[in-house]
Design a protein around this ligand. Structure first.
Ligand code: G6P
Length: 608
């Protein structure tokens, strides 16, 4: 999510760190900071806002030294501010961190009991105190390893100690970290583009690796201290390719980030032993959740589709009626909303004008409000009574992908919480659902592995000018989302419809020129989907079916099949949207459109 750069060598570190961070700017961030060791002491400089602000501060102040670390932060715990910006320090330890520490609240409480004082709201500061606590007379490397044995979560860390002016200790678990090998100098970064100005030789750390970098060498070990060898790779990417992690477009990169992003959404929130979830910022007592009479969801675009999926999840798990509104309609229709209602505003950016207005209107009318949001501390979460952050990481492609899947993941957690608080979901069923949710990232991986097949289908239909997307139940919103993705990035006409409505209109359109993309997974309403597809075939429509591998009945009805793994009905929408995203992506790429910045569209719509 955030960006890390570190340097150990003979040159002044500050300009190298600043340049490295500037190469990560495209990813989005809200604050930045540096720490440089001058041989005797470590100086830290941090600032909210853009790097230019940090550069401005540097003009008046010197950060001399040839060893240092830098960071661009994209807020997850605590709003963007100087106090929450990295590096964080405790005693002799100074560090930067990417990722999310799962057990930070417990660790923080324990550390505070021992008299440690925190100066930020971040989970990262816990790392600094833990390592400082372990440091004693130990070398930094050992202290880091011991501290890491006490944490759960994801991290890429770069750590300095005042007492060891020649080295950076780095470690990773799930969050990426690469070492850049130079001549008489070594570097580290969260992403390759940060270092391409200095080297082309990279060592990719793996989970559980801990490395020590000095100007002269890098040593990689396991947390237990066993040396490990990692190959050096030569990377000849252009800077632009490197920004996209080797993908042709950000959208493609973000589609592939979904298993990781969804895992981040769930991190630390599923209480396996208790068949429940912990949602720290939700800020509603169980009694209040129990007393709710209705949930009203307001959102725009892709976020609205996540709301439509949430309606199924909340009604299934919590037996609570849910209405889903387009925010632009909600605000002007004199909505009947008030006490006893929970208004859930879903927004990736947290800045969409209509969604913000809907939330404010509901609040004015007496409803309680909850924001489901990706951008921390944006206007919508600030205006809401409670927040559920999705932790998808920055999304750059205008067409939303990972934000959508993580919204559904977060709303799934909310639905379980409501179900448990209202005693409508048994512990057994909650446990079963949460287990399935925890397994969802793996199912997403399975779909991504089958990309070549989806690309082949895209090639076969690239010249088709009309697409109809059909599905039933909780997959119906996925049909809407599939059609939206195709429209947005390929400019091809596409419509999403509940399959049961086909006979009431869209069937009139069907002939050999129309492609029908259908979600037809085995389970509820499968037979009905087969009948709908038979109707399409009878009119010579082209059928692209998303279903299970080996399904011969479906195979007999479809010109093309795309396979998805079996999933519980509650998890299936998250899985089934991936083929839709990839299909749209490859069709658009085939046409050579500007996939990441499609014409006439904006990532964040802050005006009506
Ligand atoms: C724009 C974006 C969409 C997004 C919608 C809502 O139309 O292009 O991708 O779904 O706004 O944005 P939000 O940030 O509120 O989720």
């Amino acid at each position: 999510m955030c960006g890390i750069v570190g340097y150990a060598g003979p040159r002044e570190a500050t300009p190298i760190l600043m340049e490295g961070l500037s190469r990560l700017e495209y990813r989005g961030y809200d604050s930045a900071g540096l720490a440089v060791h001058d041989g005797a002491d470590i100086r830290i400089l941090r600032s909210p806002g853009k790097l230019a602000r940090l550069a401005g501060l540097l003009e008046g102040r010197q950060l001399p030294g040839t060893l240092g670390i830098g960071h661009t932060r994209w807020a997850t715990h605590g709003p963007p501010s100087e106090q929450n910006a990295h590096p964080h320090a405790s005693g002799d330890v100074v560090l930067v961190h990417n990722g999310i520490l799962e057990n930070h609240a417990e660790l923080r409480r324990a550390l505070e009991k021992k008299g440690r004082r925190f100066t930020s709201q971040t989970d990262t500061e816990v790392f600094a105190h833990l390592i400082d606590e372990e440091l004693g007379r130990r070398p930094l490397e050992q202290a880091v390893a011991r501290a890491l044995a006490r944490v759960r979560g994801t991290y890429a860390l770069a750590v300095l100690s005042r007492r060891e002016p020649d080295r950076i200790v780095v470690a990773r678990s799930s969050s990426p970290l690469v070492l850049g090998l130079g001549r008489g100098e070594n570097l580290v970064a969260s992403d390759i583009p940060a270092l391409l100005g200095h080297t082309r030789d990279f060592v990719f750390l793996e989970d559980g690796d801990l490395a020590v970098l000095t100007a002269a060498r890098v040593e990689i070990r396991t947390l237990a201290g066993e040396p490990v060898a990692r190959p050096t790779r030569r990377i000849d990417w252009s800077p632009l390719m490197a920004e996209k992690g080797g993908h042709k477009h950000f959208m493609h990169k973000e589609i592939h980030e979904q298993p990781r992003a969804l895992a981040d959404t769930l991190t630390g929130r599923i209480l396996h032993g208790r068949a429940d979830v912990r949602l720290d910022d939700l800020r509603f007592e169980a009694a209040e959740l129990k007393a709710l009479g209705r949930v009203v969801i307001a959102a725009c675009g892709t976020s609205y589709h996540a709301g439509l999926v949430a309606k199924f999840l909340i009604e299934w798990f919590a037996r609570l009626p849910v209405e889903v509104d387009l925010a632009s309609e909600f605000r002007y229709r004199r909505p009947v909303v008030g006490k006893g209602d929970l208004l859930v505003a879903i927004s990736q950016s947290g800045e969409t004008a209509d969604t913000l207005a809907a939330l404010r209107e509901a609040k004015r009318l007496g409803a309680r409000t909850l924001a489901v949001c990706n951008a921390v501390d944006a206007s919508i979460p600030r205006a809401a009574d409670g927040v559920l952050y999705t932790h998808a990481g920055p999304e750059i492609g205008v067409a939303s992908t990972k934000a959508f899947v993580t919204q559904i993941g977060a709303l799934f957690l909310l639905a379980v919480r409501l179900g448990r608080a209202r005693r409508k979901l048994s512990p057994e069923e909650a446990g079963r659902q949460l287990e399935a949710l925890a397994g969802a990232p793996e199912l997403l991986e399975a779909v991504l592995r089958d990309e070549a097949r989806i690309e082949a289908v895209a090639r076969a239909y690239a010249q088709t000018r009309d697409f109809l997307y059909i599905a039933r139940g909780a997959n119906y919103p996925i049909a809407l989302e599939g059609a939206l993705k195709l429209k947005e990035i390929s400019y091809i006409h596409a419509e999403g419809y509940p399959a049961g409505e086909m006979k009431h209109g869209p069937i009139a359109l069907i002939d050999e020129h129309v492609a029908v993309v259908a979600v037809a997974c085995q389970g509820e309403s499968y037979e009905k989907m087969l009948s709908n597809l038979a109707e399409v075939r009878a009119r010579e429509g082209q059928v692209i079916a998303i279903g299970q591998a080996g399904d011969e009945q479906l195979g007999a009805l479809a010109q093309h099949q795309i396979h998805v793994p079996r999933a519980l009905p509650s998890v299936a929408p998250m899985v089934n949207v991936l083929p839709m995203q990839l299909l749209a992506y490859h069709i658009a790429d085939f046409h050579g459109t500007d996939v990441d910045q499609p014409r006439n569209l904006a990532k964040s719509v802050t005006v009506e």
